[in-house]
Design a protein around this ligand. Structure first.
Ligand code: HEM
Length: 351
């Protein structure tokens, strides 16, 4: 594919990406069995869903997945960015894999299509070099910092005095985003808003993905004080009833204030448009078999139709990073990398 005209690729980007791949491989904690993801290691459930593309979309929005009304089976992996104790402030992930999507993808040969979202509208690094500099500061701070993924910890200034003084205090905007990102204390993943933070194509448009929960569908939560409170909340609410999210896009309206190359900028003036609904039926999402299934899944934003190509430096870097880290993780766990089918996933839900 040709690059979007608003993409600006620095001459040294390939070298920076190579460095980020090395740093991300180091983040894998090789001491656990299985070896978990280096980022977003803990998940709360392996949720069965159906992605229903709206009928009657404006002609201008009908591209790729959204070209015509349709329904795709899906799996959702809800995760913490870094914390093992769900009671602590953290960022949270929602990774969605659609099955049975026909057509060539930008990565892989299968029928799956991935979206990867966070519960914050912007990302804390605006460029690949910004991310590399932060990682370098962390690596230089002290050996124990890297395995703990300490930059996600809520008291990171106290814990990472060195990084704060050598890097973060010179980058107040990045510091402010990281603090806000890590300050989330959701009661349930089913009532959070999530964003892609980085841009994608929707045919000729530039968009960010965003999902919004249907709060009114949710069963009231019984309070629990547990490090696994998000898994318990998911299991309780989906054990008693259904849930849903609207799948929306923020449509870029002004390239000057919504640049492709800077995901730290909030797209306040973007127009929000709904494209689909994610229906989540009543179910038990946390059986040991399902938790294991999601453990060994791989998400990659490049596993998508060309009409939804990821845009901007951070997304360009993520292709090689997620590929390399997933390969290494599977190698260490002695599990062949495998894109599952809907049939395999749904069989676990019926078992
Ligand atoms: C250059 C910047 C980034 C780097 C180096 C990075 C690195 C990683 C790595 C290494 C993983 C684990 C992958 C695996 O083991 O299969 C991961 C997972 C994840 N990342 Fe990123 N990431 C970046 C940017 C982002 C952005 C912009 C988002 C915003 C949505 C994001 C959201 C997530 C989520 C939700 C997961 C968990 C996916 C899952 O459930 O498997 N990351 N990231």
């Amino acid at each position: 594919m040709t690059n979007h005209p608003d993409e600006a690729i620095p001459a040294n980007e390939a070298a920076l990406i190579e460095r980020l791949v090395e740093q991300s491989l180091e983040l894998l904690d090789k001491g656990t069995v299985p070896v978990f993801r280096g980022q977003h290691p803990k998940h709360h459930g392996c949720v069965r869903a159906e992605f229903q593309v709206d009928s009657g979309l404006d002609a201008g929005l009908r591209h790729g997945l959204f070209a015509k009304p349709g329904r795709f089976p899906a799996v959702i992996r809800f995760s913490n960015a870094a914390m093992n104790d769900d009671r602590k402030g953290d960022g949270h992930g929602m990774a969605i894999k659609l099955f049975d999507v026909p057509g060539d993808k930008l990565l892989g040969t299968g029928d799956t299509h991935d979206f990867v979202l966070l519960d914050h509208p912007v990302f804390f690094a605006g460029s690949v070099s910004g991310y590399v500099d932060l990682f370098d500061a962390l690596i230089n701070a002290k050996d124990s910092v890297l395995p703990k993924l300490a930059f996600f910890l809520p008291q990171f200034i106290a814990e990472l005095g060195h990084v704060y003084f050598t890097y973060l205090r010179h980058h107040p905007d990045q510091l402010a985003i990281m603090k806000a990102m890590m300050a989330k204390h959701p009661e349930t993943p089913l009532n959070q808003r999530f964003w892609s933070t980085t841009p994608y194509r929707l045919g000729p448009h530039v968009v960010r993905w965003s999902v919004q929960p249907h709060a009114s569908l949710l069963k009231p939560l019984k309070p629990v004080d547990s490090p696994d409170k998000l898994r318990l909340a998911l299991a309780q609410q989906l054990g008693e009833g259904e849930a849903a999210f609207d799948f929306m896009v923020q449509l870029r309206t002004d390239p000057a204030t919504m640049p492709i190359e800077d995901p730290t900028r909030e797209w306040t003036g973007a127009s929000m448009r709904k494209l689909a609904t994610l229906h989540i039926p009543k179910q038990k999402p946390d059986t040991p078999e399902l938790m294991e299934f999601c453990e060994h899944l791989s998400f990659n934003i490049w596993r998508c139709l060309p009409e939804h190509e990821p845009l901007g430096g951070i997304n360009r870097a993520r292709r090689a990073i997620y590929e390399a880290v997933s390969r290494k993780r599977h190698e260490l766990n002695k599990r062949p990398e495998h894109e599952p089918t809907a049939k395999e996933f749904l069989a676990l839900h019926k078992a």
